[in-house]
Design a binder for this molecule. Structure first.
Ligand SMILES: Cc1cc2nc3c(=O)[nH]c(=O)nc-3n(C[C@H](O)[C@H](O)[C@H](O)COP(=O)(O)OP(=O)(O)OC[C@H]3O[C@@H](n4cnc5c(N)ncnc54)[C@H](O)[C@@H]3O)c2cc1C
Length: 472
């Protein structure tokens, strides 16, 4: 048998964290192998083509947008570490988003002062407490690797003391970054406070493809070896380290260090010294369904739908948990990717409406195929109807005549294309902030390290590469 190839670093998964870690390590001359089981890069935030139409799988917004010239912000650090110039990202700021619940609206429009003004108008008794909370979070290093947990819900009850304002603040922060039911960890909440409230949303004109393209260019530049449709089947563990990696194609490689973005439980279950069903209690439960609808651009422009993102809750209390039914339509996120400032002469070819809501993985997976397809159509209609109640009215006849395509994905789709158990978007509720495992050369990056979202995942790949691969 031939000797397995040896690498300084093998990275499991070519999602945002894996790509960023690969760029960072290879930039310093390390020999890097990037392995991806799927045929596309990008992981949870990838894209696919149906005919001539390119669908972004997930991107609503790149968070942490700051105007040019702002120093020290996470996005600025990220670009510097990956040697990406701002203009290369082609970031276009949003037109304006909002949180809506109990007939109150709070603006999220890349201007924190507008949010403060809305809190003052809707919750005059509580605005001082809201400002004090902001001061507390801004004095905190929310990305510190030793950052502790604790319940943001309890903190909001203590510091703000208004259940509706608490729920309105939990609504976007949970949907964009919590792996815990009905709550979010304080340090993660502080990260989201900065990324959603203080900084804001932007989108490259061509969506996530722009980010993926740049990361792939950097990988090529620094000679990262990338193997697609080639997953890691087994991590051979000997004497407290990963001694070899067995790949789906039957070959074996060895590595000084292994970085996995597959998820903490998913990675553990690849180990030769661990039972295949280990750590079931640490698997995340929060999955989403998302509908995507496209419209003829000229007709769409007449709808008057000017929001970029609407975080809505139609129930009296915000519930963020895996629903008993297939989907929980009482709260969710409406995103209209057309509503970014793309600049003179640039507009998307079609109108787009995306609606995201909590969904039950097991319930979707138990459906026979015919029923699965039928339920996708039923929920497409239902979620779009819910979303349209939060947008200026358009008659069914006008709406339906403008429609050009629809698509829906469920937690089953997420599991199939990313391997995340339960299709859990934000992975396990148990995070490994320092990326370490009990094996001395195996590290967790991405979702289960604890920095979430596209920006967070890239920062995770960078910081874990810096800490474990470049510092010593
Ligand atoms: C619908 C949806 C909408 C979203 N919207 C936004 C948004 O608007 N803004 C935002 O910031 N974030 C958004 N996110 C979240 C964001 O996409 C993720 O947090 C981020 O992309 C996670 O990156 P990651 O690298 O940690 O993990 P992943 O993207 O999950 O990457 C892991 C990769 O590992 C691969 N893999 C798994 N097992 C193996 C194996 N054994 N061998 C080889 N490869 C393997 C998987 O195929 C996958 O490609 C959204 C997510 C979804 C699903």
């Amino acid at each position: 048998m031939s000797t397995p190839s040896h690498y300084d670093a093998v990275i499991i998964g070519a999602g945002m964290s894996g790509l960023a870690a690969a760029v960072r390590l290879s930039m310093y001359g390390q020999k890097v192998l990037l392995l991806e089981r799927h045929n596309a890069v990008g992981g949870l935030n990838s894209f696919y083509a149906r005919g001539a139409r390119k669908y972004d799988v997930g991107l609503h917004a790149l968070t942490n947008w700051v105007p040019e010239g702002v120093k020290g912000a996470p996005l600025v650090k990220l670009m510097r570490q990956l040697r990406i110039r701002r203009e290369e990202l082609d970031l276009c700021p949003q037109l304006g988003s909002r949180i809506t619940m109990a007939e109150k609206n709070l603006r999220l429009n890349n201007n924190f002062n507008d949010l403060v003004a809305d809190v003052a108008a809707a919750f005059p008794q509580h605005v001082d407490r809201f400002i004090a909370l902001d001061e507390m979070f801004m004095g905190m290093d929310e990305t510190a690797l030793e950052a502790s947990g604790g319940s943001a819900r309890a903190l909001l009850d203590e510091k703000i003391g208004n259940p509706l304002l608490r729920d309105m603040l939990l609504l976007p922060t949970c949907f964009y970054g919590s792996a815990i039911e009905d709550d979010i960890e304080i340090s993660q909440f502080a990260v989201m406070w900065r990324s959603l409230f203080k900084e804001g949303f932007a989108r490259p004109f061509i969506g996530v493809r722009q980010v993926v393209r740049l990361l792939l260019d950097r990988c090529r530049e620094h000679h990262v070896e990338r193997r697609m449709k080639c997953g890691v089947k087994r991590l051979v563990v000997k004497a407290g380290s990963v001694a070899a990696l067995e790949l789906d194609d039957g070959t074996e490689v060895t590595a000084t260090r292994v970085y996995s973005s597959a998820g903490v439980v998913e990675t553990q279950r690849m180990r030769s010294d661990v039972e295949p069903q280990a750590s079931a209690s640490a698997i995340g439960r929060l999955g989403y369904a998302e509908t995507i609808t496209t419209y003829r651009a000229d007709d769409f422009a007449k709808f008057g739908w000017s929001d970029t993102i609407v975080f809505f809750c139609d129930a009296e209390q915000f519930s963020y948990r895996s629903p008993a039914e297939l989907v929980d339509p009482r709260s969710g996120v409406i995103c209209i990717p057309n509503n970014y400032s793309y600049g003179e002469g640039r507009k998307l070819d079609e109108g787009w409406l995306r609606v995201t809501a909590l969904a039950n993985h097991d319930a979707w997976c138990q459906l026979p195929e015919v029923e699965y397809l039928a339920q996708k159509q039923a929920w497409l209609a239902q979620l779009n109807a819910v979303a349209r109640r939060h947008l200026p009215a358009v008659s069914n006849a006008v709406h339906d005549a403008a429609l050009t395509s629809t698509d829906v994905f469920t937690p089953r789709t997420v599991r199939k294309f990313t391997g995340h158990l339960n299709g859990a978007i934000y992975g396990s509720p148990v995070k490994r902030r320092d990326g370490r495992t009990d094996l001395n050369n195996l590290f967790i990056i991405g979702t289960d390290q604890g920095f979430l979202g596209v920006t967070g995942a890239m920062l995770s790949g960078i910081s874990m590469a810096n800490l474990h691969g470049l510092k010593n």
